[in-house]
Design a protein around this ligand. Structure first.
Ligand SMILES: [Zn+2]
Ligand SMILES: [Zn+2]
Length: 386
């Protein structure tokens, strides 16, 4: 099977290679899924950008990429009783966790310092590689024993492509619904027009925020601001041309703005968030930037404001997000702007890079797509996302 992989010796970054790999072996506790949809995430972009200068020449296979994926179970190991062939499932991308650290003890497997992600991390060494940008993915038995919600059944009526973007939905849900103190009637400002920002707008809408202000840049005006409005933003502010703090306060009034969701990762956005928030306000920092802060954060002490760090989600996030998807509360279709065969992966990454895409979802389209390695039936829906 073809697989989009990353090569690097060690450390964080490495180059992308589209190569042939054998289909995964199914151990007695493993589950094999045939991939139907896999989406490009911001984390994939980070690694893709890092490779653009061509400086990485490593020949070490690090991982199969793609951690936002959904598919159909085509084989289960002989010890597996909870899952069966033919079930439609989506992975929360956990592949391995230690089970004994304080995070694992709380069921927060995504925060385990020893975790290995499917489609992330150096997963080739750990379980022979598994991720979404290929034909088949292995869900290792070890993680299913420790964390049975490593995969979830996709409810009827939810498409594979919609399930494949549950990862950013669940991130936004955790940030807005589980980590902040938002109550209905308040206002929310969201920085960053990527999937995390746009899904945060949606969760704020569902939670009863009155004004939901999306802050973006000039390059967002044409493609992403209209989507933001479609999914629930009441106002869009162009940080390239407008005074962001002044404009947000005009819209919300200082007394109503208790929450900012910062998905851009830009230092200036964090500074502006702290300036615009009312006393006791909260900023949940979802985005990541790599430069040290060049401004004082005394404001948080003076006015009892909070900067809340955000990472990933837990099973509660997934359970509730799947219900919101199932009952149509989350709008996914405006967010999936590109659907491509995996062979066109470069096109997909380019569309994400130039921001013409919000979410690009791949399906497997290579020459061996008609070969059923596990004797599975080839259903008619194999090449669409139904
Ligand atoms: Zn992701
Ligand atoms: Zn752990």
């Amino acid at each position: 099977m073809k697989a989009l992989t990353r090569y690097c010796d060690s450390g964080e970054f490495g180059g992308y290679h589209y190569i042939d790999l054998p289909a995964p072996e199914c151990g007695p506790d493993d589950v094999i899924i045939r991939l139907k949809a896999a989406a490009i995430c911001g984390a994939d972009m980070k690694h893709w950008y890092a490779d653009l200068d061509g400086s990485n020449t490593s020949d070490q296979l690090n991982s199969i990429r793609g951690h936002e994926f959904a598919g159909i179970i085509v084989k289960v190991g002989e010890n597996v009783t909870e899952w069966k062939v033919g079930q439609r499932v989506v992975s929360d991308n956990s592949g391995k966790a230690c089970g004994t650290c304080p995070a694992c003890e709380c069921g927060d497997f995504m925060l385990c310092e020893h975790k290995t992600g499917l489609g992330l991390d150096n997963n080739y060494k750990v379980f022979g590689g598994s991720g979404g940008f290929t034909k088949y993915a292995k869900i290792p038995g070890g993680i299913l024993r420790l964390h049975p919600h490593a995969i979830w059944e996709i409810p009827e009526g939810v498409k594979y492509e919609e399930a494949s973007v549950l990862d950013p939905i669940a991130n936004a849900y955790k940030a807005v619904a589980q980590q902040s103190s938002l109550i209905p009637g308040q206002d929310v400002v969201v920085f960053g027009t990527g999937p995390l920002g746009l899904f945060s707008v949606q969760i704020a809408r569902i939670m009863g925020a009155v004004n939901i202000v999306m802050v973006g840049l000039q390059e967002d005006v044409e493609a992403r601001f209209p989507i933001a409005r479609e999914v629930g933003a009441t106002h869009c502010v162009n940080a390239s041309t407008e005074d962001v703090v002044k404009r947000c306060l005009e819209i919300c009034g200082r007394d109503n703005l208790g929450l900012v969701i910062e998905c851009s990762g830009a230092n200036i956005a964090l500074k502006q968030s702290l300036e615009m928030l009312r006393p006791n306000g909260e900023v949940v920092r979802v985005g990541m930037g790599f430069k040290p802060l060049e401004f004082s954060i005394n404001n948080i002490t003076e006015w009892n404001k909070s900067i809340i760090g955000h990472q990933a989600y837990d099973s509660t996030s997934w359970r509730e997000c799947i219900r919101l998807l199932q009952f149509g509360a989350i709008k996914v279709q405006p967010m999936i702007t590109h659907r491509l065969g995996l062979s066109e992966w470069k096109k997909g990454f380019a569309a994400m890079a130039d921001k013409s895409a919000v979410k690009c979802v791949f399906h497997y389209d290579e020459d061996d797509k008609d070969v059923c390695e596990y004797g599975e039936e080839l259903y008619d829906d194999d090449y669409d996302f139904s």
